[in-house]
Structures are given as C-alpha cells and as structure tokens.
Ligand binder design. Structure first.
Ligand SMILES: Nc1ncnc2c1ncn2[C@@H]1O[C@H](COP(=O)(O)OP(=O)(O)O)[C@@H](O)[C@H]1O
Ligand SMILES: [Mg+2]
Length: 506
C-alpha cells in the first residue's frame, strides 16, 4: 500500500516574498492605493497640509501686523511734526506752511470746525491748498479728538487718513496725513504673503505626499502579505509554502520592520504548528489504515473457522452453537467495519480514485438490482433519463455510495417501504436521489448523519438484519467529496431523500 508523502519538517527553508515562486504578488488585489480615501496616508497628508497652512497664515498675519504697526508709527511721528508746525511755540501759525502734500488741516474754534484745507501741491511760492467739502468739515466736527489723540478715518473721496489734534489757547487744530502709501504697501505685502503661503502649502503637500507614500509602502506590502496568508486554506492539512514578509520589510530598526519581523516569526510558529499537526494526522491515518489492513487477515481466519463449525453445530450444545453463530455474525460485522475504516483512511490520505468517464445510470441500475435481491420485502423503483449521464467518476467507489444509500433504505426502514432511486441532470450537475417513505432519519442525527460513527441505536438496524457501523454515510460523503460533489439529506417521517450531486463530464 502506498505511503503518504512525508510532511515538510518545520525547520525547512522558508520561502520569501522576494524570491519564491510562491511569493505574494507585489500588489495584491486587496492592496489599497497609499492615498486612497480613508487611508492613514491621506489623513497624514491632510493634517500636515492643514498644520503648514495654519502656521504660514499665522506667520503672515504676525508679519503684516508688525509692518503695519511700524508704518503707522512712522506716520504718527510725521503727524507729531505736522501738528507742531500748527500749534505750539515753534509753530508757524495756521496754514499750510511747511506741511507735506496731502496733509489736511482743520481748525476748530468755538466748538465748531471752521474749515478744512488740503495741501495739494507745492509751488515756488510755497504750498497751495484747496478747501475741502462740507462733508469733511462735518465729519471732522463730529470727531471729538482731544489734543494728543489719534484716529484713523475714511474721508469720502480722499481715502484713509490718520489724524491727530493739537491745541493752543484759542483753538484746536486737527492735522491728518493720508495713509494711501501705507495701504498700498500693506496690500502688496498681503498679496505677496498670500502667494507665498499658497506656495508653501503646495510644497508641503507635495513633500508630505512623497514622504508618506514612501513610508507607508512597506506597511502596504506587509498588509498584502497578511491578506495573502489570511486567504490560505490553512484548515486543509498541507501547509507548506506560506509566504513571508520580504527581507527588505523586516529591518528591526524601523517600526514596520519590527512588525514584519514579528509577523514572520508568527508565521514560522503557525507553519511549524500546522506541519506538526499535519504530520501527526498523517501518522494517525496511516496507523488506522495499517491497523485495518493488518486486521483483515486474522478476521478472515476467524470468519473461516466460524463458518467451518457450521456443519458441526447440530452436534454442539445449544449454548455452544449460539456462541459460534454469534462469533460468526460479529466477525462479519467487524470485517465490514474494518473494510469501511480502511476505505475512509485511504480516502483521507488523498482521494486515490480511478476517475474515468462513467455512465451513472448504469451504476444506479446495477446497485438497485443488487438492492432488490438483498431486500425482497421492500418495494424498489427506478427513474432514469433516456440519455446516459456521463461523469468523471470511479465506478467502483460510486457503486459503493449507491450500495450504502440503498442499504440504509433497506436496513433502517420496515419491510414494505417504498424506495425510489432517480438520476437527473441539473445544468452541469448530475443529481442522484434515493427516496424512501420509511420512518426517517431521527431528527437528533440529521445534522451529523454524514459524520463518522453517527448512527441510531443499534437495535433497529440489527433487527433488520444489517450490520450497523455508523460509517456508511461518512464513506458516502468522503467519496462524493473526492468527486467534487456534495451529499445531503432531507428527512421527515414518511419522506427521506438522500441527494448526491456531482459534476457531469465536460
Ligand atoms: N434511509 C434512512 N432512513 C432512516 N434512517 C436512516 C436512513 N439512512 C441512514 N439513516 C440513519 O443514519 C444513521 C447513519 O447511517 P450510516 O452512516 O449508513 O450508518 P449505519 O447504516 O452503519 O448505521 C443510521 O444509523 C440511521 O439511523
Ligand atoms: Mg449504513
């Protein structure tokens, strides 16, 4: 008998993603783009951009405010000089004398502004001025500037002015200097700052993007490997060839490298544990197969000797004769059990099937004829399609499946039960059903009826003369699974259907 392939030792060299044919593809289907919506990368870039924007805007505001204050300070110094020319000991008296172009002068006496003049041009004969409109007079009149106070107002038609007042014994003089230069300088500064801030944000986003993408790429590779491993069918025994994180992502200096290294260690452990489990399972299967095989010969001898005593039984005491017949029937039962165990052990260690194009209707026909002979007290019927139903199947094993199902329909139902076997084709699937109107599979068994050693209490099957092992349906399930098919049961009292589905030949 064939020996199952030895499982790989746990210490076998492990494949790496970078150089193994089993390596994960560099960009597994589940990998997300580094800056896709909701990713850490995107959040980082957005936060860095927001931070840079806040800092840049804050800095610009502070610079603009500082420059504005300096400029206003300079204007105020000019205002002080201008007011000194109007009032005070060294003043030249009211009038435009010595004032800068653009200066406005308002003289207030007796509680009312008397008139406002604007120094608007210089000539060889000293500064000239024009009188300003009544509006300006009114506006300045409503301002209650005490000497030394300063204010900034919008003079309709003349722009922004910085004002201060001075007084001597008889009158108050308000002097204003236009802020047009300051305004235009500030506008240029703010525009420049806005452009600079925008540029800084763009540069920050581009730089953050590239840093983030570069930093997160190993993490994405790690996630790809983890996804590949998580999709492996680890429950199915053979475990060799679990991919590993590639060596470039296992540098313990970096955070991702540490995760990668730990992940590889974990995979080593998992692979070792799975390999050990697989090895012990294989050993156990091998043991069951060997034990069943070895039990066949002594059992055959026991059965043979028991049979030999049949002729002498008439001469034996009734008790002795009974004992001998029990030995014979129990050794028969044991033979069935051993054959079933051996078959299951063989199916477990890999489906050793002889798959050929096989007409299922023929198998069903033969199995039903056998059942008819074995169970003459039951009513057997058969429903076959006109055309052959050809599938890639192991004729001998499939016959056994049918024999088990029909045997159950015979042994687990009372005489007179109607059993119908049918073959049909549903698309690309052949459907074989065995239906009986017996008492049904006990409800507590239904969920596990295809598992090993699941059977109803022995007495009923024995009563029907069968030898119940609880392995019949387990063999059905294993053989059908080896044919890439499914076996199922639907049972209630008076109606039990076992359904086998296997793909038809392409
Ligand atoms: N056609 C059926 N009608 C009622 N019970 C059934 C039928 N087929 C199977 N069973 C139940 O399922 C159990 C398991 O069947 P099986 O695996 O073939 O073991 P065994 O026939 O050796 O008992 C049986 O013991 C029986 O209780
Ligand atoms: Mg059975």
């Amino acid at each position: 008998m064939s020996t199952p392939p030895a499982p790989p030792p746990p210490s076998a060299p492990l494949p790496q993603t970078s150089d193994s044919p089993l390596a994960a593809p560099p960009q597994p289907p589940s990998a997300v783009r580094p800056l896709a919506k909701g990713t850490l990368g995107r959040r980082l870039v957005v936060r860095v951009a927001a931070l840079v924007a806040v800092v840049a805007i804050g800095l610009s505001a502070v610079v603009a405010l500082g420059v504005y204050n300096i400029q206003i300070g300079q204007v105020d110094a000019r205002l002080d000089r201008a007011i000194a020319r109007q009032v005070g000991p060294s003043s030249g008296g009211p009038g435009p004398g010595g004032q800068e172009i653009g200066t406005i002068i308002a003289i207030e006496s007796g509680g009312a502004v008397q008139g406002v003049i604007l120094v608007d041009r210089a000539s060889n004969f000293g500064p000239r001025f024009t009188s300003l409109s009544v509006d300006a007079t009114d506006l300045l009149g409503t301002l209650s500037l005490n000497p030394g106070d300063r204010a900034t107002i919008q003079l309709a038609g003349y722009g922004l002015y910085r004002l201060t007042a001075g007084a001597d014994d008889t009158r108050t003089v308000i002097v204003g200097i236009p802020l047009a230069q300051v305004t235009s300088a500030m506008t240029s500064l703010v525009v420049f700052e806005a452009l600079l801030t925008g540029a800084v944000i763009v540069v920050a986003v581009v730089a953050a993007r590239s840093v983030v993408v570069r930093s997160l790429t190993p993490l994405n590779r790690l996630a790809g490997t983890a996804t590949t491993v998580s999709n492996l069918p680890l429950e199915s025994g053979e475990v060799a060839g679990i991919v590993r994180v590639s060596p470039r992502d296992t540098d313990p200096v970096s955070e991702v490298g540490r995760v990668g290294l730990a992940f590889n260690h974990m995979l080593d452990n998992v692979e070792g544990a799975l390999a050990a489990r697989h090895a012990s399972e294989m050993k156990l299967r091998q043991f069951v197969a060997d034990a069943s095989h070895e039990l066949r010969n002594p059992l055959a001898a026991i059965r043979g000797y028991a049979e030999l005593t049949r002729r002498e039984r008439a001469d034996m005491s009734p008790a002795m004769a009974h004992a001998m017949s029990r030995i014979e029937s129990e050794s028969d039962r044991m033979s069935t059990l051993v054959e079933d165990l051996l078959l299951l052990a063989r199916l477990d260690s890999g489906p050793a099937l002889d798959l050929k194009s096989t007409d299922l209707t023929e198998i069903v026909l033969n199995a039903t004829s056998d059942a008819r002979v074995a169970g003459p007290d039951h009513r057997w019927s058969l429903s076959l399609p006109d055309e052959p139903v050809v599938a890639l199947a192991d004729r001998y094993r499939l016959h056994q499946v049918l024999a088990n199902l029909l045997g159950n329909a015979r042994t687990h139902t009372p005489p007179g039960t109607q059993v119908e076997t049918a073959v049909a084709v549903d698309g690309r699937t052949a459907v074989i059903t065995v239906t009986d109107n017996g008492p049904g599979v006990p409800s507590e068994l239904q969920a596990s009826v295809f598992e090993r050693f699941t059977r109803a209490e022995v007495s009923r099957a024995r009563k029907q003369g069968g030898s119940s092992t609880g392995l019949g349906l387990a063999i059905v399930a294993a053989v059908v699974a080896a044919h890439h098919g499914t076996a199922s049961v639907d049972s209630r009292p008076g109606h039990t259907v076992f359904t086998i589905r296997i793909p038809v030949a392409p």
